[in-house]
Design a protein around this ligand. Structure first.
Ligand code: ATP
Ligand code: MG
Length: 565
């Protein structure tokens, strides 16, 4: 089975409401072909919530034989930059999607949008307003009270055209005036109370340079960009539901080339995480994490660096479904999808995280054997690898005890255990340092147990992993835990920084990996036997010093503690 197979939808699965809408629109002939778009603002890196939107928009286009555009919603030049643009393209590609044609930018349409603003002015549907932001706020009214008309609302068309041209020519300071639609200050929908179409921003733009000093609002730009691109289904999150009448007002009042329709779905919220770009940016800017792609971040780049696979994220987005009711998804579901994919696809390897020396007293010091191990218990296609066995090994400190009860199925003094892919051994004695710490275990090999049970019938209860002390790679392993201890770190006005988990990263610097891991490449996940899933860290790993990230443990830690008792 290939990695992508696990994301395939069983044909029996019921369709979600967006699939229903699209299939009806195709069946009725409203559209011959659908077009969707993913419209990120390049003011940060994408996170798991965006992955849901990407899978939905690109997924619908794929499923119904349409096309999906990638369009940067770049109307706020001060907060945006090229680094964010590039990271977003990389993330979309990595998730496995291809956008239709060239990358699009809302700024590609600034000339057209400007002409349409003029069109509204000429039709008496827009005016230049000189109220300050505070005044405008007061005039707007609120949920219970209607707004008041701006004193500038009745400017003549000629005056509006002249003042708007001066706005564009840079003759006014920021904040002194704006272009507003003339709709209805008494509308129960505040979005229709003469919303802003253009603001003055004397900012350099990452795409248009210094060409413009006025920039369209999201509301004015979005639907019109959809229309220009021939988007049929403009899918967005529920907070835009109240903007829909405005979206439609622009489409009805402008000579647009096509009629897009907006549909809203519930955003993805996940527990033990924050998914606000502003908060993620704060974590980065204030150095709580090591950049946007820190493996603890819920960003797509962070999850990639951590070792999550594209298939696991797509599968997760498929499982959570698409609805119109807000909910919080348990991060355990995401972890399940990652484990599931890596379990099926990741080759196995051995790595001792906290080494303890083990000497085999009856195995010749000058002897080595090359053992062949399967890379995966059920995937023959993943092949075999060779591992050197010798008389001095490293095992995990926690895999040995002088005494233990029956539940402890590892090595105990006087008892047996199997070394993975090698012999059964029996612990005979220990060497301790001056402070009483065990620094070495002496054991004997039970002869004839390579691939066979002991002839005396005393079977070992467990299997532990190991590496040869003289044939291994010294490496660093980074164990990540949740970034936050609180399952809703930013709920109810809480400061999410108070909920940071102080133990969210443990660095083990003296780990011993089997030599085959020298061939590991960034992006390839491994199961370190009995430890979890790991991958090379794209930032810190070098030829001289391998650094592995733990993507996820084998089971959740609750189950693991029980097993150890
Ligand atoms: P901002 O507040 O900076 O606008 P945003 O999260 O809305 O943040 P955008 O770049 O505007 O970021 O988002 C691009 C697209 O992704 C939008 O269509 C948005 O609705 C969708 N999106 C954002 N967050 C989520 C989420 N948590 N779940 C599902 N879709 C999301
Ligand atoms: Mg947004």
């Amino acid at each position: 089975m290939s990695a992508t197979d696990s994301t395939e939808k069983p044909s029996s699965k019921p369709m979600h409401f967006i699939q229903n809408i699209i299939s009806q629109d195709l069946a009725s002939g409203l559209h011959q072909k659908i077009a969707t778009r993913f419209p990120p603002e390049p003011n940060g890196y994408l996170h798991i919530g965006h992955a849901k939107s990407i899978c939905l928009n690109f997924g619908m286009a794929e499923e119904f034989g349409g096309a999906c555009n990638l369009r940067f919603d770049d109307t706020n030049p001060e907060k945006e930059n090229e680094e964010f643009v590039n990271s977003i393209m990389e993330d979309v590609k990595w998730l496995g999607f291809n956008w239709n044609g060239k990358v699009k930018y809302t700024s590609d349409y600034f000339d057209q949008l400007f002409d349409w603003a003029i069109h509204l002015i000429k039709n008496g549907k827009a005016f230049v307003c000189n109220l300050s932001a505070d005044e405008m706020q007061r005039y707007r009214g609120n949920f219970n009270e209607p707004g008041k008309n701006s004193p500038y609302r009745d400017r003549s068309v000629e005056e509006n055209l002249a003042v708007f041209e001066k706005m564009r020519a840079g003759e006014f300071e920021e904040g002194t005036c704006s272009l507003r639609a003339k709709i209805d200050m008494a509308s129960p929908n505040i979005n229709l109370r003469d919303p802003i179409l253009y603001r003055i921003k004397k900012a350099h733009h990452h795409q248009t340079g210094d060409k413009w000093c006025i920039y369209p609002s999201y509301d004015f730009a979005h639907g019109q960009s959809d229309a220009i691109e021939g988007i049929t289904h403009s899918i967005c999150t529920l907070e835009f539901e109240d903007h829909k009448p405005l979206y439609n007002w622009f489409i009805e009042n402008l000579p647009v080339p096509a009629i897009p329709r907006q549909y809203e779905f519930a955003r993805l919220n996940i527990n033990y995480a924050v998914t606000s770009k502003r908060k993620l940016k704060q974590l980065v800017d204030e150095n709580y994490v090591d950049g946007w792609n820190d493996p603890r971040m819920p960003t797509i780049s962070g999850m990639r660096r951590r070792g999550f696979t594209p298939a696991s994220l797509r599968n997760f987005c498929e499982r959570i479904g698409v609805t119109r009711s807000d909910s919080v998804v348990d991060v355990g579901m995401l972890e399940f999808c990652v484990r599931d994919d890596l379990d099926k696809n990741a080759p196995r390897a051995m790595c001792v995280l906290q080494p303890l020396k083990l000497t085999l007293t009856n195995y010749p010091a000058d002897k080595t054997e090359v053992l062949t191990l399967h890379n995966h218990p059920s995937r023959e296609d993943l092949g075999d690898r060779e591992i050197i066995f010798s008389n001095t090994l490293f095992i995990e400190q926690e895999d040995f005890r002088e005494e233990a009860n029956k539940k402890y199925k590892r090595l105990v003094l006087g008892k047996r255990v199997r070394l993975r892919g090698a012999y059964v051994i029996e612990a005979e004695s220990v060497v301790k340092d001056a402070s009483g710490n065990i620094i070495e275990v002496l054991a004997k090999v039970i002869e004839g147990t390579l691939g066979k049970d002991p002839e005396d019938g005393v079977k070992p209860k467990g299997v532990i992993h190991w590496v040869s002390a003289n044939h291994n790679l010294n490496c660093e392993v980074r164990l990540y835990d949740r970034l936050f201890n609180d399952e809703a770190p930013d709920a109810g006005g809480k400061n999410f920084l108070d909920a940071m988990n102080p133990n969210n990263l443990q660095i083990l610097e003296n780990c011993k990996a089997e030599p085959s891991l020298a061939k590991a490449i960034v992006g390839q996940g491994f199961q370190f036997e009995r430890q979890g899933y790991f991958c090379l860290d794209s930032k810190y790993s070098t030829q001289e010093k391998l650094v592995f990230n733990r993507t996820i443990s084998l089971k959740d830690s609750f189950a693991k503690t029980e097993e150890q008792e």
